[in-house]
Design a protein around this ligand. Structure first.
Ligand code: PMT
Length: 223
């Protein structure tokens, strides 16, 4: 494999959590640090790609050379991804996108009331499915976090979102998922074939997934 096997390619990476504000000081979010996505961006750059990194709130510094687009909400993340998509060859969606946002976002801080509080939530758009619907000869890779029936649920997501493959990681397992420097993943295809990878650093997971994506791209773009 050539060291610069992504030269001339444009890679879109989503990273981090999204924040869905209820009012100016409160939001719904999750513990994603951005590490998995920033690792993919770093390795894709090292392999010669142009990289657009669309990131929700993260304390990490973008790797030099990445075109960083900082966003907060799922709607902003979607707009940034859709705007980049035309020129993209490989999309790697590591972001932990909030599935819901508040139906009404209050412009003022909501006062505490005596009793229970109900908040109406509406579903966010599925960024992966939107990109997958106009995939063409691109390669689109997702991640999945499942606590149970992992392979089956991940395959269902890969199939519904038109992903080439999805990397299942395990939020309840040490060395996998949110926050740490390592990840333990299982590659799952839309038809449900599964290949477990050992626990690796997120940089190593990034390289392995890029190996798969490059192979997929070559296979699709053969005359
Ligand atoms: O950031 P780190 O701390 O390093 O943690 C990395 C990670 C655990 C967040 C990452 O490895 C991971 O698993 N990301 C996906 C988390 C997730 O919740 O996935 P999901 O099963 O909800 O979604 C499946 C796929 O669809 C994902 O590629 C997701 O980015 C995408 N998606 C989901 C919902 C939505 N509205 N739009 C999307 O594009």
């Amino acid at each position: 494999l050539s060291l610069k096997d992504l030269a001339g390619r444009h890679v879109l990476v989503t990273a981090g959590p999204t924040r869905e504000y209820l009012d100016p000081v409160r939001f719904i979010s999750n513990p994603s640090s951005g590490k998995m996505g920033f690792a993919v961006a770093e390795r894709a750059l090292a392999r010669g790609a142009r990289v657009t990194l669309v990131s929700g709130p993260s304390h990490l510094e973008a790797p030099p050379g990445a075109e960083l687009v900082r966003v907060e909400s799922a709607l902003e993340m979607q707009a940034a991804c859709e705007a980049a998509w035309d020129s993209v060859d490989i999309g790697v969606l590591t972001a932990a996108v909030a599935d819901y946002r508040a139906a009404q976002r209050s412009g003022e801080k909501q006062a505490k009331a005596a009793g229970p509080l109900s908040v109406e939530l509406v579903p966010n758009p599925d960024i992966a499915a939107g990109l997958g619907a106009r995939k063409g000869a691109r390669v689109l890779v997702g991640f999945a976090m499942e606590t149970h029936a992992g392979v089956e649920r991940a395959a269902g997501k890969a199939s519904r979102k038109n992903l080439d493959f999805i990397l299942l990681n395990y939020p309840t397992r040490e060395g996998s998922g949110f926050g740490g420097d390592d990840n333990e993943v299982t590659l799952v295809t839309p038809s449900g074939e599964a290949q477990a990878w050992p626990r690796l650093s997120k940089l190593e997971v990034a390289d392995r997934l890029l190996d798969q994506a490059v192979a997929g791209l070559r296979a699709k773009q053969q005359p």
